[in-house]
Design a protein around this ligand. Sequence first.
Ligand code: EPZ
Length: 413
Amino acid sequence: MDSILIQGGRPLRGTLSVQGCKNALLPLMAAAAAIPGQTILTGCPPIRDETVTLALLEGLGVSTAAERDRLVLDASRDGGTAPDPTLAGQLRSSVLFLGALLGRYGHAGVPLPGGCVLGKRPLDLHLAGLEALGVQSFCDGGILHCKGRPRGGHYHLPYPSVGATENLILAALGAEEPVWITGAAREPEIEDLVNFLTASGARISGGGSSRVHIIPAPLHGTSYRVLPDRMEAATWLCAAACTGGSLTLTRLCPDHLRPVLRALRAAGCEITEGEASLRICAGDLHSPGSVRTAPYPGFPTDAQAPVMAALLRAEGITRFEETVFDDRFRHIPALQAMGARIACSGSAALVTGVRELHGARVAATDLRGAAAMVCAALGARGESEITQAWHLDRGYGNFVQRLRRLGAVALAR
Ligand code: EPZ
């Protein structure tokens, strides 16, 4: 999708089933390369990052088949340990092949990853953790080379990096001795990875907690349904909040969205919960006070931009503080072009509610920033065009069709 055209001002209404989670699916796909068997994943979202990762797997000799929301990945035969640089450079999660291939083969040469530009995004925690487990690594010509099967031992993550936690768990699967990871990230996507690996024969405890223990064990194929996408759910809630709409979302885990629900309720949204569903009714909103992002279970950084969009017309002033990434306000100029009043200073942004937003032609900056621009455009008077809309294709499947099903006037170009 090159660009998306939106005619704003219509409340979104209807019911939507939440798709599978991009940030849960991608680690599972990387893990499949480490498993000498057939892995079947269901509930997979039709997103570009999945297509790119399928091509990465094929290039490593893993046979793949995709039909609707089902992936069949067969890595029974030994394969390559050097993912394609052009593909790997398109997404951040390609770095997870480092741990997966290292655990299985004892060496790997993985290109430096790509993904959303949100600041520096170094890999020092990944490499320090692998080194603590006895793995030497060096970077040569944009390729990260790791040699030596992980010995085993303990590594304390000084910051709960999601990717570093996932990479160390994957590498530990092939370690000579048990591995302890403390200070681990606690995101639901990590718990989902551990649940999947356990179903594949791994012996792991503490997935989703800050203390993870891995005892190396033989792995085998399995069939597994991907976790629902809490960030897609958050995006739809914000789209309803932007348009004064009412939406029912099904097939999700409300518990994985607690901070987002708290903020939207404090802003005046009426949100009722079922066991695996949410219903939001939004009217005139007011500031919830402040929103500060933090590692899980704190307010998720991926929801910062969409929730900011939802509060652009909320009465009062909302203070956003972004503590996870060092450059994650790149969506703000586009929101200002639509008439939003936002003052930035370092990691803080003050949003003063305005009565009305107007359409504008803006360029998407990253996946969640693009989602925020769509939400703001839905609540703006007049037409907006969001270019570079391919960012949306990376993490939201059938996005325009799903918008239109909810009554939005939207067109993909
Ligand atoms: C994952 O990225 C997600 N991506 C991100 O979602 C999400 O925003 C992020 O976790 C935080 O929740 C995927 O799962 C594919 P981190 P990741 O390592 O693993 C710093 C989206 O929109 N850091 O937890 O890259 C880093 O610079 C995407 O779906 C180091 O300093 O996140 C950042 O400031 C965007 N050194 C902070 O930690 C390291 O070695 C959090 O990064 C690693 C990270």
